[in-house]
Design a protein around this ligand. Structure first.
Ligand code: UTP
Length: 482
C-alpha cells in the first residue's frame, strides 16, 4: 500500500512540475483536456511534454512567428560556385575515369557506407505509409526501398563487400519501415548490414507561438528535417558503428529519387581526391525560374541558395558559354566524411532552422478535430546542406538529370510516380540503344514507348547491361530482366 502511495505522489509531483514549467512559458493550454485523460494517457503525455525543449520553441517562435518584421536577410556576398562539369571532352573524361578508379578503390576496401534519409512525412504525396513502400518500378512494381536495396546488393556483389546501410526513419514511420524490411527478408541483404536510426521530432506552433494539440493527449510534432540526420547518427550509435566498421565516408541519398546512383565511384573519387568533408551532386536547372536551390558561395563558403533568395538578375545571369551562373541545382545527394560528422556533432551542433507555414490538423478548445483549409501552423526544420558552411574542400559535381535525378514528391503531374516510371523506362531504353537494340519511341516527345524494367541485379549500369546483352535480346513492352 505504501508503495502505491509513493507512485501516486510521484506522478502528482511530475504533473505539478511539468505544469509549472509550461505555465512559465505560457504554454499551459496543452493541459486543457488533462482531466479527461486516463492515467495511462496522462503518463505518456507527461513524457512527451517533458521531452520538449521549450527554450528552443520560444526562441524559434520569437524569431520566425512573432517578430513584427521578417528576419533580415543574410547580406553576404554571393558568387558562383565551382562545379565539376559533366564530361564532354577527352580531358574531362580522363579526370572522371581517374576519380572512378579512386572511388572503386574506396568501395573495394570497404571504406564507404550508405545513408538513406526516409524520415520525412511525404505530405505532398499523401501515400498511406512510409514513402519507401511506394510501388515504383515499371513492370514488377517493386517499392522504392527494394529498388535501393537491390542497387546495394549489386554493389556488394560487384565489389565483394558488405556495404553498411544506415536508414533514417522518424517516429511517424519507424515501426512500419522496420516491419517492411523484415517481412521482405531485407531484400536479400544481411540484416546485420542494415542499421535503422530515428531522427528527433520538433513541435510546430500556431501564429501566436502556441503549441498545437493534435490529440487531447498529444502535442503536434514533425520530424526535425534532414539536417537532423547528423545528431541522430551520433545519438543512435550509428556513427560509432561506422567507426567500428572502418567506414570513412558515407553516401547520403533521399528515399524518393528513383535514379539515385548509389555510391557512385566517380563522385566518391572526386570527394576523396581533395580530402573533402562534404560533397554534393547537382543538375543543370531546366530554366532560370525553376524552383530549386542552387549552389553558390556566400562570403566564399559553399552554400545552397534557396530559389526565393536569388534576385531576378542573379537568376538570369549567364557565363561566357551561355550557361546559367547560378544554374547548378542541388539534388540532395552527398558524400560526407565520417570524421566531419563526428566533429560537427561533438559539441553542440547548431544548424540554422528554416520555417514553413503549413496546414496542421488540431483539436480545438471544444474538443473537435479541425482540418484547416488554410495554413495555420509553423513547422521548423534544419537542412543537411547547411552543414556545407563548416566543410573543408567541398566538391560540387554536375550530373545529367535524366540519368540521376527523378524524385517522387507529388501524387500526379511533375515529380510524381508517373514521371519517375517514365524516367526509369527512358533510362533503360537508352541502355538498350547503346547495346544496339532498337527501342520504339514516341516520334514527337521521343520518350520510350512501353514499360521495361532492368533489375539492378541484372545490370547496375549501362556498361554492365551492354556486356550482358546479346543480339538475341529484343525490347518489348512488359519486359523484365532480373
Ligand atoms: P522532402 O523535404 O521532400 O520531404 O524530403 P518529404 O517528407 O519527402 O515530403 P513532403 O515535403 O512532406 O511532401 C526529402 C528527403 O528527406 C527526407 C525525406 O524522407 C526524403 O527522403 N526527410 C525529410 C527526412 O528524412 N527527415 C525530415 O525531417 C525531412
Amino acid at each position: 500500500m505504501k508503495e502505491v502511495e509513493t507512485v501516486v505522489s510521484q506522478k502528482k509531483l511530475d504533473y505539478a512540475e511539468v505544469l509549472e514549467r509550461y505555465r512559465s512559458y505560457e504554454q499551459q493550454h496543452v493541459f486543457r483536456f488533462w482531466n479527461m485523460l486516463s492515467s495511462h494517457q496522462q503518463q505518456s503525455f507527461l513524457q512527451q511534454l517533458n521531452s520538449i525543449d521549450l527554450d528552443l520553441i520560444k526562441d524559434l517562435s520569437e524569431r520566425f512567428v512573432l517578430a513584427s518584421s521578417s528576419i533580415p536577410e543574410e547580406d553576404g556576398m554571393l558568387s558562383p560556385a565551382e562545379v565539376i562539369a559533366v564530361p564532354r571532352n577527352e580531358q574531362q573524361r580522363k579526370s572522371a575515369a581517374e576519380a572512378a578508379a579512386l572511388g572503386e578503390e574506396a568501395l573495394r576496401a570497404g571504406r564507404i557506407g550508405g545513408i538513406l534519409v526516409a524520415g520525412g512525412q511525404g505530405t505532398r504525396l499523401g501515400f498511406d505509409g512510409p514513402k519507401g513502400k511506394l510501388p515504383i518500378t515499371p513492370v514488377k512494381k517493386k517499392s522504392l526501398f527494394q529498388l535501393h536495396a537491390e542497387k546495394i546488393l549489386a554493389l556488394n556483389r560487384r565489389f565483394k563487400i558488405a556495404l553498411p546501410w544506415y536508414i533514417m526513419t522518424s517516429e511517424t514511420n519507424d515501426a512500419e519501415t522496420r516491419a517492411f524490411f523484415d517481412e521482405n527478408q531485407y531484400f536479400g541483404l544481411a540484416k546485420s548490414d542494415i542499421f535503422f536510426f530515428q531522427q528527433s521530432m520538433i513541435p510546430a506552433v500556431d501564429d501566436k507561438g502556441k503549441l498545437i494539440l493534435s490529440e487531447p493527449d498529444r502535442v503536434f510534432t514533425n520530424p526535425n528535417g534532414h539536417g537532423g540526420t547528423l545528431n541522430a547518427l551520433r545519438d543512435s550509435g550509428a556513427l560509432a558503428n561506422m567507426e567500428n566498421r572502418g567506414i570513412q565516408d558515407v553516401f547520403y541519398f533521399q528515399v524518393d529519387n528513383v535514379l539515385s546512383r548509389i555510391s557512385d565511384p566517380i563522385f566518391i573519387g572526386y570527394h576523396t581526391q581533395v580530402n573533402s568533408d562534404m560533397s554534393c551532386k547537382a543538375v543543370a536547372k531546366k530554366n532560370p525560374h525553376e524552383k530549386v536551390g542552387v549552389f553558390g558561395k556566400l562570403d566564399g563558403k559553399l552554400t545552397v541558395v534557396e530559389y526565393s533568395d536569388l534576385s531576378e538578375a542573379q537568376m538570369q545571369a549567364t557565363n561566357d558559354d551561355g550557361s546559367l551562373m547560378y544554374g547548378a541545382g542541388s539534388i540532395a545527394t552527398h558524400v560526407i566524411k565520417r570524421e566531419f560528422i563526428e566533429d560537427l556533432t561533438g559539441g553542440t551542433l547548431s544548424l540554422p532552422y528554416h520555417v514553413a507555414h503549413k496546414k496542421i490538423a488540431y483539436i480545438a478548445a471544444s474538443g473537435e478535430k479541425i482540418e484547416p483549409e488554410e495554413p495555420n501552423g509553423y513547422k521548423f526544420e534544419t537542412f543537411i546542406f547547411d552543414a556545407l558552411q563548416f566543410a573543408a574542400n567541398p566538391v560540387v559535381m554536375e550530373v545529367e538529370r535524366n540519368e540521376e535525378f527523378s524524385p517522387v514528391k507529388n501524387p500526379n503531374g511533375d515529380a510524381s510516380s508517373e514521371t519517375a516510371i517514365r524516367d526509369l523506362c527512358n533510362l533503360y531504353g537508352r541502355w538498350f540503344e547503346t547495346a544496339g537494340i532498337p527501342v520504339p519511341r514516341d516520334p514527337r516527345t521521343h520518350t520510350v514507348l512501353g514499360d521495361v524494367e532492368i533489375s539492378p541485379l541484372f545490370a547496375l549500369d549501362e556498361s554492365e547491361f551492354v556486356e550482358k546483352s546479346d543480339t538475341g535480346l529484343k525490347f518489348r513492352d512488359g519486359l523484365y530482366l532480373g
